[in-house]
Design a protein around this ligand. Structure first.
Ligand code: ADP
Length: 271
C-alpha cells in the first residue's frame, strides 16, 4: 500500500487545530504506472518503424541523396535514436519499480559479466579513443546477469562518454569487507562483498551533484542530454538494480580529474 500523509492547519471555531490526513494512493500509483507503461509501449512501435524507414533512406537503396539531404537525415536519425532511448529507459524504470517484475537471479560468474560488459562497450571506447582496462575476478554471484550487465554497461558508457581521447577507463573487481555500521550501532557486522570499481579520468562531477545524479532525469549539465545523448535515467536504473541485489552504489569524484563509481554486491549466502 502507498499512503500519502499530509498535515493541514485549520481554524475550528477560532481554535487553531492540526489536521492529519492519511490518503491511500495505492490505486492512483497503479494507474500512473499502467499509464506510463501504456504510453511508452505505444510510442515505441511507431518510433521503431520510423527508425527502420530512416535506416532504409540512409542505406542508399532508394537512390542517392544530396549532401544536404544526408545532413538532415543524420539529424533525424540522431533524434529518433534519442527518443527511442528515452522511451526504453522510462519503460525500464517503470518495470524495475513495479512489483510485477522480479530479478531472475541465478548463479553467475562476476568475471564473465565484467568481460562481457567491457567487450560490449569496446566499440564505443575505440571510437572515442578511450583505453578500457579490466581486472576481473572469478567469483560466483547470485544475480540477474542481464540486469547486472545493464548496470555495468550503463556505468561504462557514462565513463567513456565523459572522458577525453587518450584517457583511460578502468574496471576493477575486488573482494571487499564492508562494515555495515548502520545496521547495528553496538555490533557492526562485517561481510564479504564484491566491489566493482569503474574509474575514469573525465570531467568529474561537482560535489553537490554526487547524490542527485542517481535520481531520475538529473544531469549535471542541462546540455548533457543534447550533447552527450543521455536521458538522465541511466543511474536511476542502475541504483534500482543494485538495490534489488541488496547492494550499494555510490560515486566519488574530483572535478576535472575524474570519477569513480562503486558497486558493492553481497556474495551468495548474505542476501
Ligand atoms: P545519462 O543518460 O544522462 O548519462 P545517467 O543517469 O546515466 O544519465 O547520468 C546522469 C548524469 O550524471 C549525466 O548526464 C552526467 O551529467 C553525470 N554523469 C554520470 N556519469 C558520469 C561520469 N562518469 N563522469 C561525469 N559525469 C557523469
Amino acid at each position: 500500500k502507498t499512503i500519502l500523509i499530509s498535515l493541514e492547519l485549520i481554524d475550528l471555531a477560532g481554535v487553531p487545530c492540526a489536521l492529519l490526513i492519511a490518503n491511500d494512493i495505492t490505486e492512483r500509483k497503479r494507474l500512473e504506472n499502467e499509464f506510463i507503461s501504456l504510453v511508452s509501449h505505444e510510442l515505441r512501435t511507431p518510433l521503431t518503424s520510423t527508425m527502420g524507414a530512416l535506416d532504409l533512406l540512409g542505406s542508399g537503396q532508394l537512390g542517392t541523396m544530396t549532401e544536404q539531404g544526408q545532413k538532415v537525415l543524420r539529424i533525424a536519425t540522431t533524434n529518433t535514436e534519442r527518443l527511442i532511448r528515452l522511451v526504453n529507459d522510462i519503460l525500464d524504470l517503470e518495470r524495475i519499480n513495479s512489483v510485477k517484475i522480479f530479478m531472475r537471479k541465478v548463479k553467475c560468474n562476476a568475471a564473465d559479466l565484467l568481460i562481457m560488459a567491457t567487450e560490449t562497450m569496446q566499440a564505443m571506447a575505440d571510437k572515442l579513443q578511450v583505453k578500457l582496462i579490466v581486472h576481473p575476478l572469478a567469483i560466483e554471484l547470485w544475480a540477474d546477469p542481464d540486469r547486472l550487465l545493464q548496470t555495468l554497461t550503463n556505468l561504462l558508457s557514462n565513463a567513456i562518454k565523459f572522458s577525453e581521447p587518450g584517457d583511460t577507463v578502468s574496471v576493477i573487481a575486488t573482494l571487499a569487507e564492508y562494515k555495515d555500521v548502520e545496521s547495528d550501532k553496538n555490533e557492526p557486522s562485517s561481510h564479504n562483498y564484491l566491489l566493482i570499481t569503474i574509474q575514469d579520468q573525465g570531467r568529474g562531477i561537482p560535489e553537490d551533484k554526487l547524490q542527485l545524479i542517481f535520481e531520475r532525469f538529473q544531469q549535471v549539465d542541462a546540455s548533457d542530454s543534447r550533447n552527450k545523448g543521455g536521458t538522465g535515467l541511466g543511474l536511476a536504473i542502475c541504483r534500482n538494480i543494485v538495490q534489488q541485489h541488496h547492494g550499494k552504489i555510490w560515486v566519488e569524484s574530483v572535478l576535472g580529474e575524474g570519477s569513480t563509481f562503486y558497486v558493492l554486491l553481497p556474495l551468495p549466502g548474505l542476501q
